[in-house]
Design a protein around this ligand. Sequence first.
Ligand SMILES: Nc1ncnc2c1ncn2[C@@H]1O[C@H](COP(=O)(O)OP(=O)(O)OP(=O)(O)O)[C@@H](O)[C@H]1O
Ligand SMILES: [Mg+2]
Length: 261
Amino acid sequence: MSGVSVTKGAEDAAPAANDLVVLSNVNKHFGALHVLQDIDLTIARGEVVVVIGPSGSGKSTLCRTINRLETIDSGAISIDGKPLPEEGRELARLRADVGMVFQSFNLFAHKTVLENVMLGQLKVRKTDKKAAEDKARSLLDRVGVATQADKYPAQLSGGQQQRVAIARALAMDPKVILFDEPTSALDPEMINEVLDVMQQLARDGMTMVVVTHEMGFARSAANRVVFMADGKIVEEATPDQFFSNPRSDRAKDFLSKILHH
Ligand SMILES: Nc1ncnc2c1ncn2[C@@H]1O[C@H](COP(=O)(O)OP(=O)(O)OP(=O)(O)O)[C@@H](O)[C@H]1O
Ligand SMILES: [Mg+2]
């Protein structure tokens, strides 16, 4: 799966059928800060892309633009051949198609684990209650927390909560799931149980964009590593190429800092 990148000004060209997420020449500012600079990125169906880079390089902002939690100033983003909708029902549907798992699990505290995984199905997908519950239970089983279904999020460990958050994203049958540092808030002993679930999802063919500092995960699960610095994509390569032979000084410097301590 090679990362086909879209050439600037090629918006009129027919997208490859395999392209799922396409960012073309995307720019975003926060006031004077040019946080995303001419971003061109195409993610193929079934591809797992790991995004790494120093703090403040724009990784979270990149993720947030893909499900329109942030607007962009110029350029274009499409999912499955369609431009991102701006508002209303179409936007709700987009959010369902583009799952997101955050560092802080963001579960509804006053709802049970089961209800958390049913809610989007009932409200957005209009699934009937029995089907939504069956699906929620089977997804909770898939991520290894079936026995926790009737508890509230605060009664679960961080690793369990994050697996519930993954089940909740999966319940919408998303086309792609964005993970923004999903293990950064976890105690070390819980990191692997979450990475294992993500690893399995990757094997099952889920399209995933993963911001992470877990280089072991990047090496074993990613089809491609995207390295960002100062709002730009500085380098894109297979994990093997990237880790053994980074081309840019920025990437070399970054890797020397994270790999040697
Ligand atoms: N809502 C906002 N308003 C103003 N500036 C913002 C906002 N969100 C992010 N920024 C700034 O944009 C830059 C990129 O932030 P972003 O969160 O995307 O970086 P990041 O690569 O995810 O960093 P980290 O590794 O620390 O999570 C940072 O300088 C940040 O301070
Ligand atoms: Mg971030």
